[in-house]
Design a binder for this molecule. Sequence first.
Ligand code: F6P
Length: 495
Amino acid sequence: MAFSKRDLQNTVKDILGDRLLVIVSNREPYVHVMREGKIECSRPTGGAVTALDPVMRACGGVWVAFGSGNADKKVVDDKDHVKVPPDEKLYNLRRIWLSKEEEAGYYYGFSNRALWPLSHIAYTRPEFRADEWKHYVEVNKKFADAVMEEVGKKEAFVWVQDYHLTLLPQLLKEKRPDLIVSHFWHIPWPNSEVFRICPKKKEILKGLLANDLLGFHIRYHCENFLDTVDKTLEARIDRERYSIVYKGHETLIRAFPISVDFSALSSKASTGEVEKAMVQLKGEYGLNSIDHLIFGLDRIDYTKGIVERIRALDRFLEKYPKYRGKIAFVQMGDLSRIHLKEYKDLNDKINAVVEEINWKYSTEDWAPIIMVRRHLSFKDILAFYRLADICVVSSLHDGMNIVAKEYISSRVDGDGTLLLSHFTGAARELTDSLYINPFDIDEFADKIKQAIEMPKKERKQHMAALRAVVEEKNIYKWAGDIISEFGKIHNHKSE
Ligand code: F6P
């Protein structure tokens, strides 16, 4: 039997008891924005918040995050709290506010101009700017103050997310050494040769080594982290225990592959509502006459291999002309980090490549690529997953990739093929996917053909195996494993 939401709730009750659970991340799970004079609440895209919201719904507690919506301030109480999800009010969201300068320096700057490309090795050069580091330090302090206000004198487990908050564990431990602090790193950790160029490498590693537990998606990232510390600081690395002792404090390094709420996605994908949306979307996007729908869903980010996938589609149509007029490639993607030049340039490049390829092949009533520009509801996304004969995840480098697991969870009909980049964390678990190397456009084109021509029986066998993996290693298991580890650390400390 797969580990369920109820199992997680029981684990939480056993382990946390009366202690408070505090999640801290840059991105908030719910954002309030003003649209046509009305306040609307929506869910931002992105792996971390998508994965953690079901956990907080099950566990309760406080989630501290940057209030980025233009109506966020209007809905909080005098402690900057708002209860979410809006209709169920299962946990508290504590918002913190950043000035434009802070957001530019900490979020766009050091987090996404430096650490993001540094960690991903997607051949976009990281840039390190002194003023952005200054803001990064200040904002980490701001988060630390907010967490301390939430915790007060209570016993608590603080669970920090991602690369925006590397200094936070140390700041918290300086104030409250008894807190159990854990960090989950949602993106890849690069090898030590790559990380060593970071001018603030020591500060970052010291910050992270104040954690009691530091989690990565896969063992390979844990090993990269151990090597990085080994080459940078005077610390004791224990490769048997997967632990690091720095200045007398031990940090356990563990792999916890993040996942999705398989059963909720499967049930939602089976609803009449989603089935209605499938019919409606086919009509809206002119998909009724095509034989094979290929689908991609990503934040517009240079790590996701979006241009590579369009180039591969071009090569596929060049090499196998009999498929012209018979396939459609639907790409959805929310704009992301658009104030950074690399992201704006990427968006322009995608538009230019789509135009070029559509012009090359289009006929009076057919063009191969459909870029979905309007915001789609989650119901519509599930409908597209169910319509997609092939889902393409072609990241150049990715910590895990949640889309791959969402696609599998929503294929309640047991059909569909996942084309998955070798360079995602998900590739380690989802071994029944059809693997691609997004840097090898010719091979990628052939894999599209292979996916299209795969006999139904074979497709279904692969999908059944993939569904079994995601069902078992679901989001509740991921959180349960981490929270159980908190418990062991707590018991060990109180011995
Ligand atoms: O998946 C990695 C990640 O950093 C998430 O933590 C984050 O939510 C996502 O990318 C989206 O990025 P952003 O929050 O910058 O929009």
